[in-house]
Design a protein around this ligand. Structure first.
Ligand SMILES: O=c1ccn([C@H]2C[C@H](O)[C@@H](COP(=O)(O)OP(=O)(O)OP(=O)(O)O)O2)c(=O)[nH]1
Length: 192
């Protein structure tokens, strides 16, 4: 038998997928058990093969007045493998067009949760109501691996470049690294 010499990997060019191949058109798949509490509604659906979020539909009609919240059902319960969580995110289009978002974005669905996935919606528009009909796609579910930390208490933490600088410590709207004058946000006030 002739020994084959393994082909050395070619170094990826800048911007290229590391193997030299085009990137996969869809992410690696994970089997997630799903139970339809409302068989009239679809399973979570990825609108495009490479989407991170699978759309979730509301089980009920609801009208949200400006500033109003509502918890809607999705008719779905799932069993995630241990080490995963699902996150209920808003849909960008509804947020941009109507101000519809998720109050607790992203909502966290724990691996052990077997109840119905619910969506806590809020209409942030100041003047327009929004009416959602049963079956409308109101949110998206992103499934991710999560780590469980082992919290090890120490007297001092290792140093870092940011250190203890928190909210706004790198400046206002201006870029902090371009050497130019920074546009600070002194004039910006949040409404109370
Ligand atoms: O947008 C969401 C967020 C949560 N849940 C469900 C799944 C989750 O596992 C459970 C509890 O959520 P979370 O832990 O965020 O809520 P909590 O207020 O901390 O409640 P708990 O004391 O039950 O942990 O509620 C949803 O259906 N939708």
């Amino acid at each position: 038998m002739t020994a084959t010499t393994p082909t050395p990997p070619t170094a990826p060019r800048s911007g290229e997928w590391p193997t030299g191949e085009p990137p996969p058109s869809s992410p690696a798949s994970l089997e997630v058990l799903v139970h339809r509490l409302d068989p009239g509604l679809p399973l979570p659906t990825y609108a495009q093969p490479s989407d991170a979020g699978a759309d979730l539909a509301t089980t009920q009609d609801v009208t949200l007045a400006p500033g109003e919240r509502a918890i809607v059902g999705t008719g779905l319960s799932i069993a995630l493998p241990a080490g995963y969580a699902a996150f209920v995110h808003p849909r960008s289009g509804l947020a941009a067009r109507h101000g519809l978002t998720v109050v607790n974005a992203p909502g966290t669905v724990d691996a052990g949760y077997r109840g119905e996935i619910k969506v806590n919606l809020i209409n942030t528009d100041q003047s327009e109501s929004i009416t959602l009909r049963r079956g409308d796609r109101v949110a998206q579910l992103v499934i991710q691996r999560v780590e469980h930390a082992v919290f090890r208490e120490v007297a001092d933490l290792p140093e870092s470049v940011r250190g203890t600088g928190g909210f706004g410590s790198t400046g206002g709207f201006g870029h902090s690294s371009d050497g130019g004058p920074r546009r600070e946000d002194h004039g910006v006030r949040s409404r109370s």
